[in-house]
Design a protein around this ligand. Structure first.
Ligand SMILES: *Cc1c(COP(=O)(O)O)cnc(C)c1O
Length: 352
């Protein structure tokens, strides 16, 4: 499919690279294409960033058929623009789409469209330490109808946002509330899809935890509220007696690209990695026995984020107020590969 390009004649001034925050600024262009039943995807275009025009009856506004992705483009040390494992994101998006009855994408085509979009807005990629260009692909149901049903038409869009260093004050461990009332995902539900409704449901527990002074929520499994699943929008890792644990991809866990990268780097380092759901009661026990070495969360935005304290019911587990050595090593290796500081032996980095 041809990609038509309309250049933005009124480019915006660029924001200060030291004040980017996360997801506040958007570049001058976006990618858009439409889908209609019987016709498939059509009208691929790179156009000036701006509002979408949709009917108020578009299905997405009523029953929530929406999926999204998140990945980053960087300027590496040699000045090349690179993407980190983009294929994984679009394969995952196709899995998310299938779960909520939306059409799939041609992975190679959307990667080439993304590369073309990033090249168009290349001057927006920030270069200050820790900054990057966050890529947000998403898909919505556009058929005008308020019957509960599968939409016959869709829009796929990619927008770009220059984002700041996630860690303004270095890698400072965070305080996390282990949530005992609300759940994020249930067996047979939509937890493994990057689907908008999952995130709407997590806002209330998040807001309550923040009001109590925590920076995120750790969710337990829906069936027993016993096993640790995820931390907000990140995957959770525990190092117990030198062994790295994370929940298996059992259907309620979002299969993070960073999670997979962390597991592969850890195994390459010769560490023992076990994909097994740990019970929160066991984690408390390990902490009391002095065996809980490190805890961290992984995700595209934060890379790896050390956790310094876990609060569960009336128990408070202090893990440490500085980043642990293994968490630091994983952070250095991952960002090192992304920025071209160390060899990309896994072939994860893709140039434009
Ligand atoms: C996106 C996301 C992650 C992290 O995935 P990455 O591919 O590493 O960015 C983890 N958990 C949830 C719930 C997510 O939405």
């Amino acid at each position: 499919m041809e990609i038509k390009t309309i250049i933005n004649e009124k480019p915006k001034p660029k924001p200060d690279q030291n004040e980017l925050g996360f997801g506040i600024y958007f570049t001058d262009h976006m990618f858009e294409m439409d889908y209609d039943e019987g016709e498939g995807w059509h009208d691929a275009r790179i156009i000036p960033y701006g509002p979408l025009s949709l009917e108020p009856s578009a299905l997405v506004f009523h029953y929530g058929q929406e999926t999204f992705e998140g990945l980053k483009a960087y300027k590496n040390l040699e000045g090349h623009t690179v993407l980190f494992r983009p294929k994984e994101n679009f394969i995952r998006m196709n899995n998310s789409n299938q779960r909520i009855c939306m059409p799939t994408l041609d992975v190679d085509f959307v990667i080439s469209a993304l590369k073309q979009l990033v090249a168009t807005d290349e001057s927006w990629i920030p270069t200050a330490d820790g900054t990057s260009l966050y890529v947000r692909p998403f898909m919505i149901a556009t058929e005008p109808s308020i019957g509960v049903k599968v939409s016959k038409s869709y829009k796929f869009v990619i927008i770009l946002s220059p984002v700041g260093a996630y860690y303004k004050d270095g890698l400072k461990p965070t305080k996390i509330l282990v949530e005992e009332n609300y759940i994020r995902a249930a067996n047979g539900g939509t937890g493994e899809a990057k689907y908008g409704g999952n995130y709407a449901g997590s806002l209330l527990p998040y807001q309550k935890a923040v009001a109590k002074g925590f920076s995120q929520v750790m969710f337990l499994d829906g069936a027993n509220k016993k096993f640790v699943e995820e931390v907000g929008t990140s995957n959770a890792f525990f190092i117990v007696d030198g062994v790295l644990y994370t929940s298996p991809l059992s259907g309620t866990i979002l299969p993070g690209v960073t999670r997979d990268s962390v597991i592969k780097i850890a195994r390459d380092e010769g560490w023992e990695v076990v994909e097994k759901a740990l019970a929160i009661d066991d984690i408390i026990l390990y902490a009391k026995q002095g065996k809980l070495d490190e805890v961290f969360a992984s995700g595209t935005a934060a890379v790896v984020s050390p956790i310094g304290q876990l609060a569960y019911r009336d128990e408070v587990i202090d893990i440490g107020d500085t980043i642990g050595p293994k968490t630091q090593l994983l952070y250095d290796k991952l960002t090192g590969i992304q920025l071209g500081k160390i060899e990309d032996k896994f072939n994860w980095v893709e140039r434009l």
